[in-house]
Design a protein around this ligand. Structure first.
Ligand code: UGC
Ligand code: NI
Length: 161
């Protein structure tokens, strides 16, 4: 099996695939009598032919090295994974190469980071690395499957080093 080595999740490296949700160096605006900093409008959300929904995913934590067998994509909408606890998780994405995913990239988040996958981005399913694997997920609610899967002929091994 080919090995994919994880890299830290950095907004610039991830920009082609999605948005990294994290605090800026300073808030865009102070609100609530100055007691809250608003870090404003951090993600590009799309819900073609449907509407935005918020769900809770209670996912089993995985560990590295991780066997990556498939990726999927949602042609009609974006999908955000927002941890409900200060934990890190694994983010797998891949470019599209003529309707199939290219060689995936593996990112590890740090606590305090969340992601929003752009509409149609090939990605691994939600993959916590620690318990609790509780996430809020913002994605499209609407008609149709909005899901395309790709199972690799040979799985990849995802490793930290
Ligand atoms: N299928 C589902 O709701 N979740 C996946 O889209 C995923 O990316 O985890
Ligand atoms: Ni998904």
């Amino acid at each position: 099996m080919k090995t994919l080595f994880t890299q830290p999740l950095i907004a610039e490296s991830f920009a082609a695939f999605g948005d990294v949700l994290e605090l800026k160096s300073a808030p865009d605006k102070l609100i609530n009598q100055g007691l809250c900093g608003r870090h404003h409008d951090l993600a590009n959300l799309e819900f073609s032919g449907g509407s935005a929904g918020i769900s809770l995913f209670d996912a089993e934590p995985r560990s590295l090295p991780y066997k990556l067998e498939m990726v999927e994509r949602h042609p009609d909408g974006s999908q955000a994974f927002i941890p409900m606890s200060q934990t890190s998780f694994l983010v797998i994405v891949a470019v599209d190469d003529g309707g199939k995913p290219g060689i995936p990239l593996a990112f590890e988040t740090v606590p305090g980071q969340a992601i929003n996958l752009h509409r149609g981005t090939w990605h691994g399913v939600l993959t916590p690395l620690h318990a609790p694997g509780l996430f809020a997920v913002v994605d499209r609610i609407g008609p149709g499957l909005n899901l395309e899967e790709h199972w690799f002929e040979t799985p990849f091994t995802v490793s930290r080093d």
